[in-house]
Design a protein around this ligand. Structure first.
Ligand code: ATP
Ligand code: MG
Length: 356
């Protein structure tokens, strides 16, 4: 027996739709990588999600978050169901986990891989390579507000955004740190012209924190301009930092210009050891292709690579990431239909195993 095996406790929520398909297809590959690097995963599987909700009336048990809290990391497939409203899945599972475990960074790399076509003209592999740092615990998702009937034909709804100094400072600082380890360029995206309280506050904090990072160049963009520029000049972005809502929107643009939702990985990160971080593909449950066996597993594999990096297993993380890079660059390799091929989920994973 290998005495040096390091074991990680992983909480696995395969979830709904294609979630279990991509998660289960990827597991043998993940175990193989672990094996190659003297690692093991002790996996606890949770059947939470919309099916659970349709039976139990809640997305996960009441103490769900605390059941996850002692693990080394969490992996989530996807949650969502055509008959369950999105706000139920969001408020019943994703937000409680992100908030409860204080995963205040949503990190989403956007990379144009060799062999992948972008809808943008004139861009080649490597031209697009940026990371979005989205604030993940407050802002526009703070869930403050309500609806009121005030008599006939007079109804109001209020939805407030909450920006705390601590919450804003820590995401901004994390983004600056990341920029120093990359190309030293940070873009802060706001809507300061229209939202003069919260977004000007955000700008002030970016200004303050920037003094600690003199080597990082800072650019400020309004979210409308940023959306345009991600299409017009995506090669000029390195690290983007944005609020919860704006970060969400920008990362969907990022996923599209880098080829497919099926390729986009993400991490909900709590830096430090108190809480586990959670990794998940950016895509949802994709009800239109459920059961066809053709869901692209690469976003899941790349998310596992991010998980490995987060727990400190850089070499294993790189092995997994490189296997994907390698496969995509190989014109003869199997591809799922979203990438223009006709291969199955299984075939793509099997091929990855041969590239480890
Ligand atoms: P949800 O409500 O769970 O977010 P959705 O209907 O928004 O689901 P997404 O999962 O976000 O759907 O996907 C949007 C589109 O991208 C769908 O047409 C889907 O088929 C496609 N897609 C998403 N993920 C994948 C994947 N892994 N492989 C192939 N196609 C995908
Ligand atoms: Mg969706």
């Amino acid at each position: 027996d290998d005495q040096t095996t390091t074991t990680y406790d992983i909480e696995l929520i395969p979830g709904d739709g294609i979630g279990p398909e991509v998660v289960d297809a990827a597991l043998p590959l993940i175990r193989a990588v672990a094996d190659d690097h003297g690692l093991a995963f002790d996996i606890t599987r949770r059947d939470w999600g919309t099916e659970y909700y349709l039976e139990q009336g809640e997305m996960m048990p009441e103490d769900g978050v605390s059941r996850l809290a002692d693990s080394d990391a969490i992996f989530l497939g996807a949650v969502g169901h055509p008959t369950v409203p999105d706000h139920v899945t969001l408020h019943g599972l994703l937000l409680p986990i992100r908030k409860g475990l204080d995963q205040y960074i949503c990190k989403r790399p956007n990379v144009l891989f060799e062999g992948i076509e972008t809808p943008l003209q004139g861009y080649d592999a490597g031209d697009i390579d940026f990371v979005v740092y989205r604030e993940n615990t407050e802002g526009e998702y703070a869930d403050i507000g309500g609806r009121e009937h005030r008599g006939f034909n007079h109804e109001t709804a209020v939805q407030s955004a909450l920006f705390t100094r601590e919450g804003t400072e820590r995401i901004v600082r994390a983004a600056f740190e990341a920029a120093t380890e990359r190309d030293g360029h940070l873009t802060s995206v706001t809507k300061s012209n229209a939202q003069a309280h919260s977004m000007v506050f955000w700008d002030d904090i970016v200004e303050e924190v920037s003094e600690d990072y003199p080597s990082v160049t800072v650019e400020r963009l309004l979210v409308d301009a940023a959306s345009m520029d991600l299409i017009r000049r995506p090669h000029e972005f390195d690290i983007i930092v944005a609020s919860n809502l704006f970060g969400d929107i920008l990362t969907d643009i990022g996923a599209q210009i880098t080829g497919s939702m099926g390729l986009a990985p993400s991490g909900n990160i709590h830096p430090g050891d108190e809480n586990p971080s959670m990794f998940e593909p950016v895509h949802g449950s994709a009800p239109d292709i459920v059961g066809d066996g053709v869901a692209n597993p690469l976003a899941t594999v790349l998310s596992w690579s991010m998980l490995l990096e987060d727990v400190g297993e850089k070499t294993a993380a790189t092995a997994l990431w490189d296997a994907v890079t390698n496969q995509l660059a190989d014109g003869a390799a199997p591809r799922t239909p979203d990438l223009g091929g006709d291969a199955t989920t299984e075939a793509v994973v099997d091929d990855l195993r041969s590239r480890l």
